[in-house]
Design a binder for this molecule. Structure first.
Ligand code: ZN
Length: 285
């Protein structure tokens, strides 16, 4: 599916991210020398703000937490905005953690509970990945252009290292939504410019006691468009596009509101569809 970018005053940061994009391999490669648990000392849990999402239930009684799934939020909204969205029962989605662009962490569902982040999915031959995984949502529009700030990587590294250590999760248990969504190709998160290698390297350094958090920097200001435009392939519905681009099928209503002409006559292959990059359409800011 081709993404046509319009209405977008590209910042220098965007262009820098774009130029390095081709150097990052979208295929997930894992180091083979990273142990599940720290041999030094337990990795502490990073500080989080706890909120409660109703979009959760009990894990199956025999479920053992054995995987970590990384997502991007597909929105320009902050972690607080995404958290408020997850508190809406109509959203029917959640995650255990949300990582803001500033590195700030929100915890909408406790690790013991089953959060609703992966949908139809399979990982290492096991279906219903929500049953046995921890879901982490990373704030990013997901267009493979918006950079992931250093402070955000820093929090992701600390969170993943803590979870691997606590649950004895091997490096083979770290995955992305795009690698487990069913049918294959349904999901695109995390975006191509998110570096799993950087996460693995950071976890290894944290274990070795050589990790250094990046220096605090003021947040990078980026000009984000209100929407992107995509060309609809054949056989897709607004719900399919909302699932792919916004990570939430229920956001199809936003697509209809933003594309009234197409909505009134039905989506056709080749249509140019506007995809919103904000939760503002829910009245949640
Ligand atoms: Zn996802």
């Amino acid at each position: 599916m081709q993404i046509v970018r319009k209405f977008l005053p590209l910042s220098l940061a965007f262009m820098a991210a774009c130029s390095t994009q081709s150097q990052l391999n979208p295929n997930l490669r894992r180091p083979n020398n990273l142990q599940a648990q720290s041999t030094q000392r337990a990795i502490p849990k990073p500080p989080t703000k706890i909120i409660v999402s109703p979009n959760q239930n009990d894990r199956p009684a025999d479920a053992k937490i054995s995987a970590i799934v990384l997502h991007h939020t597909a929105t320009s909204g902050t972690a607080d905005a995404v958290g408020r969205f997850f508190q809406n029962p109509k959203a029917k989605v959640s995650s255990h953690y949300i990582v803001d662009r500033t590195g700030y962490l929100i915890e909408p569902v406790s690790e013991e509970a089953r959060s609703w982040h992966a949908g139809r999915s399979s990982f290492q031959g096991q279906g219903n990945v929500n049953d046995f995984s921890i879901g982490i949502e990373i704030c990013n529009v997901g267009d493979s252009l918006e950079p992931y700030p250093d402070a955000q990587y820093d929090s992701i590294i600390k969170l993943v290292a803590y979870l691997m250590d606590k649950y004895n999760i091997p490096v083979s248990g770290i995955t992305r939504h795009r690698d487990i969504g069913l049918p294959a190709g349904r999901k695109i998160d995390t975006s191509n410019n998110f570096s799993m290698e950087r996460v693995f390297e950071g976890v290894a350094a944290l274990r070795a006691g050589t990790y250094q958090s990046p220096p605090a920097k003021p947040p990078v200001s980026v000009n984000l468009p209100e929407f992107i435009e995509v060309t609809a392939p054949s056989g897709q519905s607004f719900e399919d596009l909302a699932d792919i681009y916004l990570d939430v099928p229920a956001r199809a209503e936003e697509l209809a509101a933003l594309n009234p002409t197409i909505a009134s006559r039905g989506l056709r292959a080749g249509d140019t569809v506007r995809i919103p990059l904000t939760y503002a359409y829910y009245g949640i800011k």
